[in-house]
Structure formats: C-alpha cells, structure tokens
Design a protein around this ligand. Structure first.
Ligand code: PMP
Length: 453
C-alpha cells in the first residue's frame, strides 16, 4: 500500500486539492491527510497501518461508532437484493415513520441524499408556501453549499476564512440576509424593516459549524415567535444535531427538555406529541446520523407544507438516488440501535474526553473554553473565550493558531481531531476506556504544543 503522502500526491494530480470536501485537505492545519483504509468502533486505520482514535466520526454520522455489525449486516442484506431501483421501497416508509416517531414536529418527511439538498428543499418549500423570497440565516451557521446559503457560512467556509463563495450570482446572494447569531434585537429589527418579504429564518438547532456555539436561552423560541408573528417559516437545521444530541435531536433537547447552557440537563425524553414542546418549527432538516454513514438526509415538518412538494404540490424536488435502499437500511438500523443507553454513553464519553483535554490544557496554562451543546462540544482557545463564545465574531476572535500544533501533536499521539478549530468533536457510543486512555496519554504533549504556539 502506498504511503499517505504518495496517495495524496496521486489524488492532488487528478482531484482538486486531493479531496472531495475541502476540510479533509488539512488546509488550516497543514501536513498530509491520512488516507483511511478501514474503520471499526471508535477507531480508523490509515494507509500506513496506523490506528487512530477517531474524533471526526465521518463528521457526525458515526453515532454508534464505525461499522456497527448490525448496521453493516442491514446494508449487506439490502445490497444483496439490488442497489437501487428508482421506485418506492418499504424501507423509506419505515425510516420516515421512525423519524416522525422520534420527532413529532415531523408529520411528513421526504428523503434526499445530502444535507445540502435538505436545506435547499426546505428553503424552496418556505418560498413556495409564503410567496416571499428573502431568507434569514445567521453568520457562522452552515447549511450546506447551495448558492443562497453560503454567505458567512461556517464549516469549511469558516476554516478557509472565506466571506462566501465565488460563483454565487449577486442576485441570489441578495435574497439572503445574514444576522449575528444569538442576537434577538437584530432579528427583531430585521423583521420590523422587511418582515413581509421574509419567507423563512433558517438556523442550526445549536450552532456547531463555527465550533460549538449553543443558542442563548430563549433564542430559538424567539425565532419561532417572531417568524410566526410575521407569517414567515422557521426552518430548524438539525443535519448535525439531529438524532445525535438526543432521540428527538436538538428540538427534543431544548424545546421539550428545556436544555440551556445555564441549565444543561439531558433526560433524553422521547416526546409523544408537539404538545410537550415549548416551540415547534415549521420545517426541520436532518442528515448525518439519519443515514447511518450512507448518503441520506431528510426534510420534514408540518404536513400541509410538506404536501406542497411535487407530485402533490407546485414545489419541485426530485432525486435519482433519493431514499436509496442501502442508505435507508443503514439509517433505520442506526436509529433502531440508538436507544437511551447509546445517548448516555455518548454523553459520558464526551464529558470524559473534554475534561481530560481541558485539564491537560489548564496544566500548561493554555486559556481555553469547552463549549457545549448537549453532548456536542468543541474547544476554543484564548482568554477572550472565558465568558463564553456566543457568535461568529467571537468564535473568529479566538486564538485559532493554537489549533494546528495541538491537532498535530494529537495526531502523532494516535488521536484524529477535526482538522479545524471551527468544527465540533464527534464522539460515539463506541468511545470507551481504552480510547480515553489513548487521548489522556496524548493530551499533555498536545497541550504543550498549543501552549508554545
Ligand atoms: N446543515 C448543517 C447544520 C451541517 O452541519 C451540514 C454539514 N456539515 C449541512 C447542513 C450540509 O450537509 P451535507 O454535507 O450532507 O450536504
């Protein structure tokens, strides 16, 4: 097997940057990305045979860990019956029922292949339903790479320090209003000025693409209140948080269980109806965990809005591979396995990992903050983060340069962190004591590297 470096050279010669998604290229941390050959549980193995404790988790899907035997068996069983048909299969209905059972805010759901398509479809539905054009998003939130949603986006756009993307027509960009996250006053003022032109506000359940930035208490509820008052829709983007932070996603955690950064609790309730919720979005988008590691995402919500989709209604959306049989099999197997014990395990592993790393940083005098949203966390550097990071401006103002040496020291110690300071750390139910030991052993050196940066 060629080395990681040789594989990267070959890849770069034929694939732009050597990768099919920018952050994988190690642009902000430097060095050679590991080419992964296989993965199991909480570990990945690279082309040179190095085994790494994985805190990327395929960027979210791997809630149960990699290659869970029951998920793999479900996919194999489906594959043996044929790969895709371009005709309806029962698996789609079963997965749709499971999504709605967990998230009663979802009355109807349609499956697509990527989170990008899910949010794109949600926005189109909102415009179709309201007859309005403008969409409000928040700086630092990422909703995929569709033209209208790239303005001041998080994730790889933040990592690359980009304001947006070339190739987005001015006329399209002008349909998106970008506001600071967690700023209710800005939202109120925006609706005061242009409320009757706004089709929707789209927000992440909890922002996790500028590092983890939880919504201030009442922020999401206020989005709901203001949009309803002005006849606009609320789109809750749970592509990252959905089925990861709890059985009913962020909505379940915040609107049903009352989680807030000031009072974090996670009983992992399975809401039986929207009556239990303090607020209910019109549309929700899902991805990552819902596909169990296969290309699958979803848009769901109120039936009368969802029924505007073709073939019932005038809002068009389609996909050759939408609701793919292997992906629905993986998603259904994953959700059936994701019980209370799984959520408790992810939470406990997350807390142990974060506290181990945080203690190592403190021991080296590195000022930092662990930012939490349910079981999701990321680490931000610098004294300026001490009181909490609430928006993109503050997230960008942290001591970002500490991440690269910190990241590489961890990598040498056998731990793969997300290769960007603007991404959440993804922990799975398969992260156990052995993985914690590897992390604890690597942490002091990584903390020293961060201190010296
Ligand atoms: N929304 C959110 C909140 C996301 O985190 C992501 C991906 N990280 C997307 C949408 C886009 O999903 P995909 O990469 O599957 O297109």
């Amino acid at each position: 097997m060629p080395t990681n470096a040789a594989l990267f050279d070959s890849a770069r010669a034929i694939i732009p940057g050597g990768v099919d998604s920018p952050v994988r290229a190690f642009g902000s941390v430097g060095g050679t990305p590991r080419f992964i050959v296989s993965a199991s549980g909480a570990r990945v193995r690279d082309a040179e045979g190095a085994e790494l404790v994985d805190l990327v988790g395929s960027w979210g899907p791997a809630l149960l860990g990699h290659a869970h035997p029951e998920v793999v068996a479900a996919v194999q069983e489906a594959a043996a019956r044929g790969l895709s048909f371009g005709a309806p299969t029962q698996g789609e209905t079963l997965l749709a029922q499971e999504v709605a059972r967990r998230v009663p805010a979802v009355q109807k759901v349609r499956f697509v292949s990527t989170g990008t398509e899910a949010t794109m479809t949600a926005v189109r539905l909102a415009r179709g339903a309201t007859g309005r054009d403008l969409v409000v998003k928040f700086a630092g939130c990422y909703h995929g790479h569709s033209d209208g949603l790239l303005a001041e986006a998080g994730s790889g756009v933040a990592t690359g320090g980009l304001p947006g993307s070339a190739g987005v027509p001015q006329a399209v960009a002008a349909q998106t209003i970008v506001l600071p996250y967690n700023d209710v006053e800005a939202l109120r003022a925006c609706f005061q000025a242009r409320g009757e032109q706004i089709a929707a506000v789209i927000c992440e359940g909890a922002a996790a693409n500028m590092g983890v930035v939880p919504p201030a208490r009442g922020f999401n509820a206020e989005i709901r209140r203001i949009t309803a008052e002005h006849g606009a829709l609320m789109i809750l983007d749970e592509v990252l948080t959905g089925f990861r932070v709890g059985p009913a996603g962020w909505w379940g955690l915040e609107a049903v269980e009352g989680w807030s950064i000031e009072a974090p609790t996670a009983a992992h309730r399975w809401p039986a109806s929207t009556q239990e919720a303090a607020w209910v979005p019109d549309l929700l988008t899902f991805g990552k965990v819902v596909g169990g590691g296969m290309p699958l995402a979803a848009v769901g919500g109120r039936a009368e809005i969802m029924d505007l989709l073709a073939p019932l209604g005038p809002v068009y959306q389609a996909g050759t591979l939408s609701g793919h049989p292997l992906a629905t099999a993986a998603g259904l197997a994953t959700l059936q396995l994701a019980d209370d014990a799984v959520y408790a395990a992810v939470e406990s592993a997350s807390q142990q990992i974060a506290s181990t790393v945080s203690q190592a940083l403190s021991a080296q005098g590195v000022e930092h903050r662990v930012q939490w949203a349910g079981s999701l966390f990321s680490i931000m550097f610098g004294a300026g983060t001490a009181a909490g990071v609430a928006d993109y401006e503050a997230a960008r103002a942290q001591e970002t340069w500490r991440h690269a040496p910190f990241f590489h020291a961890f990598l040498e110690g056998g731990v793969a962190l997300p290769p960007s300071v603007f991404e959440a750390w993804f922990v799975s139910a398969a992260h156990g004591p052995a993985e914690l030991e590897v992390i604890a052993a690597a942490a002091p050196k990584a903390a020293r590297a961060a201190a010296q940066a």
